[in-house]
Design a binder for this molecule. Sequence first.
Ligand code: GLN
Length: 287
Amino acid sequence: MIEESALNNAESLIQSGTKKLSSISNVPRLEAEVLLSYLLDITPIKFHTDNICINQKVMDKFKSMIDSRSEGIPMAYLIGKKEFWSMDFIINESVLVPRPETELLIENAIEIFKNFESPKILELGTGSGIISIVLQKELSNPRITAVDISKEALRIAKMNAQKHKISEIQFISSDWFSEIMHEEFDLIISNPPYVDRSKLSKEELISIVMEPDIALYSENDGTSDLEFIIKKSPQYLKNGGWLILEHGYDQSSYCISEMKKAGYSKINNSKDIQNITRTIFGMFAYE
Ligand code: GLN
């Protein structure tokens, strides 16, 4: 029996959490509810239907989570998961938090490969594995190789594959193409690091400071990894194979011109919900 004095009302805790998060979040009440429901292992709806009391231990944990969140730690790292393509993925500090715009890459790949049986796919920089895992579910018997330079990221990606009951993806520790030997693919897909750290405002920097630098930043105005992948991919593509990349909000014309120079055709791109061009794709056909 928990003593009355050790109990606290969920609503008052949520309200104090909401107040603290309002300086850093657009949805402070929602975040406070999600954090408390995570600790209690209930759905946030319960706060609106039941009168829930909280014991001291949970209250202390909640307060420390609210502190961490108000210091800028992403929700996904605090609760260890994030939804992407309506699926739950395990996330920690060694991988990027999945962004909704990355769903565009998947949409592009589905559009191009929807009638294709067993495409051979290479994903560069798989991170938590979201792209490869969703493609394994959405395409017809794809043969996917997913690489990352980070061993810890690969560990998370494998856990996610297991969580979604996928055993077909080959996960390899590789610095881009370094461990890919004489193989040719129908599709190379990547959400590489492309952020130019020097261009970030203080607020932008704070919002991503907890995420791994290696997954975010690239030299030469953020373009150096994009350039490397665009130039190197033709060696690893079958005749008529495709390259699909995510890029930064101001890198569309750069990517188009690099892809033209590298000999790709059918170059096209797609925009995110804010109407910003976010992906580029093109086909590589031999002369
Ligand atoms: N879209 C992410 C951001 O702008 C960056 C992802 C990436 O570098 N691949 O914060």
